[in-house]
Design a protein around this ligand. Structure first.
Ligand code: KIV
Ligand code: ZN
Length: 524
């Protein structure tokens, strides 16, 4: 009989830990709604104790969702209580608590003598902490997941003890993460098999897997673990996540569907929503999908060579193991033009998964009209990029009011920008190595900042000379990095907007207000 695989999406928690990815509460809400439309079983919405913004996002998602909403908590009372406070209005809350179990993690994180003098003593203390954390979480809700962090590198005997005690304390799901993406599929499979053999109460909980992609094996490991008895898989849209990312949801789901002949598994995922979800996550996080990425990459269904094209024309199955339509590719159509009204824009946005409030719709409509003015046809992908700009902004941000760039073969590129904040405007000019460098320098001068640009990419969103250009900039300040994204039919303007957006994320998250606005005159 076909068995169901539970899809646990952690895009909003582990995925948001991708370098530079930062989402505000409104963007998280939109992604959670889209994940619901995709029909994932569990949404891990965040780590409430880590910041007030995380708490708020988990709470808002929990308040309105029908699916299971999970919140992460270390094995500490304050984390667990805060996680439940955020989840308390959820129809189906899940507390997800975890302890570190590998020797690397135990010695690295629990070195202090209060956790015992020897490794053996430390292990005993962590065993007890795991039991207590699950038992405490159970006082708030029935559905409790326990993870043994770095299970991939944990001694099997100790791992079995921790898992057994967590189930004894009431864990309904036990997760075996390959936290550092270290294991090989055969090794991971033996781990799952061994746990099934050693843990006497294992049938009382669902076995879950959570694989990172450091060696490019996250999806292979996840699928192998399912074949050996796991029934929940933790994954993210586009495979985003810490370092090399997590196992990609779309790859796992489509692999199970396409190779049903090898595994009698099913998921409840609505495959037609895969592309929309992928584009939305990329748009909001600013994490670009590589063109050759399986399932959702730009080239995933492109056939370039003559032999392939010829084969495809004769019979699609010659070179295609699944259709682009099955993941929602052909849902992209020409939609709107400069005569389209606000209502038309709103209904198309709803169809592709966006639900802007009235204020957000006004911003989106103004931006849409600017694009439609320059470009005759506005495609769904244009709308997605537009929604990934500053439509869901939370506060009055630093806005690019005006930009002028002078560049050519025999001139030193120079740029002038005006940036506004509330009713104040600052203006600055600067030369640069090229027009983009000049405009970045002018923005830095205007705000009195100097930042490191870690990466900068420009691409055309759709085809043709009037295509919308999209720029993505990642800046770094010490340990932190921030992405910004901007779009325009003019790629220099797109770059300026992207840079300013990255700066806005940095300033807002750190509560910094540039001094320049204190002294300057009102621009009204
Ligand atoms: O990778 C990991 O181990 C995690 C746990 C917190 C589940 O993300
Ligand atoms: Zn993880």
């Amino acid at each position: 009989m076909s068995e169901k695989i539970i899809i646990f999406d952690t895009t909003l928690r582990d995925g948001e830990q991708s370098p530079g990815a930062s989402l505000n509460v409104y963007e998280k809400l939109e992604i959670a709604r889209q994940l619901t439309k995709l029909k994932v079983d569990v949404i891990e919405a965040g780590f409430p104790v880590s910041s007030p913004a995380q708490f708020e996002a988990v709470k808002r998602i929990a308040d309105e969702s029908e699916v299971i909403i999970a919140a992460l908590a270390r094995a500490k009372e304050i984390d667990i209580k805060t996680a439940f406070d955020a989840l308390k209005n959820a129809k189906r809350p899940r507390i997800h608590t975890f302890s570190s179990t590998s020797d690397y993690h135990i010695l690295g994180k629990f070195g202090h003598a209060k956790y015992g003098a020897t490794l053996d003593e430390k292990r005993k203390i962590i065993l007890q902490m795991s039991y207590d954390a699950v038992a405490y979480a159970k006082t708030f809700c029935y559905d409790v997941e326990f993870s043994a962090e770095d299970a991939g590198r944990t001694d099997i005997g100790y791992l079995a003890d921790v898992i057994e005690i967590a189930i004894e304390a009431g864990a309904t799901t036990v997760n075996i993460p390959d936290t550092v993406g270290y294991t090989f599929p055969s090794e991971y499979a033996s781990k799952i098999q061994e746990l099934k053999r050693r843990v006497k109460n294992i049938d009382k909980a669902v076995i879950s897997v959570h694989c990172h992609n450091d060696l490019g094996l996250a999806v292979a490991n996840s699928i192998t673990a399912l074949q050996f008895g796991a029934r929940q898989v933790e994954c993210t849209i586009n495979g985003i996540g810490e370092r090399a990312g997590n196992a990609s949801l779309e790859e796992i789901v489509m692999a199970l569907k396409v190779r049903k002949d090898l595994n009698d598994f099913y998921t409840d995922i609505n495959h037609n929503e895969i592309i929309s979800t992928s584009r939305m996550v990329s748009g909001f996080t600013g994490v670009v999908v590589q063109p050759n990425k399986a399932i959702v990459g730009e080239n995933a269904f492109a056939h370039e060579s003559g032999i392939h094209q010829d084969g495809m024309l004769k019979n699609r199955e010659t070179y295609e193991i699944m259709t682009p339509e099955s993941v929602g590719v052909n849902k992209t159509k020409i939609v709107l033009g400069r005569h389209s009204g606000r209502h038309g824009l709103k209904s198309r946005l709803n169809e592709i998964g966006y639900h802007p409030s009235d204020i957000e719709l006004t911003r989106a409509y103004t931006a849409f009209l600017e694009i439609a003015d320059k470009k005759k046809e506005v495609f769904d992908d244009d709308l997605r990029v537009l929604m990934g700009d500053e439509i869901y902004k939370e506060e009055e941000l630093y806005v690019l009011k005006y930009m002028h760039v002078n560049a050519g073969t025999k001139t030193i590129p120079t740029a002038t920008v005006q940036i506004s904040f509330e009713d104040k405007v600052v203006q600055e000019s600067s030369p640069g190595d090229g027009p983009v460098d000049a405009v970045f320098n002018a923005i830095e001068r205007a705000l009195g900042l100097k930042l490191t640009v870690e990466s900068y990419n420009v691409r055309s969103v759709t085809s043709g000379r009037q295509a919308l250009g999209e720029a993505i900039v990642r800046i770094r300040n010490g340990e932190e990095s921030f992405n910004g994204r901007g779009s325009s039919t003019d790629i220099i303007e797109a770059s300026a907007k992207a840079y300013l957006q990255a700066i806005n994320h940095y300033l807002l998250l750190n509560g910094i207000k540039p001094d320049v606005f204190e002294s300057c005159a009102s621009g009204k």
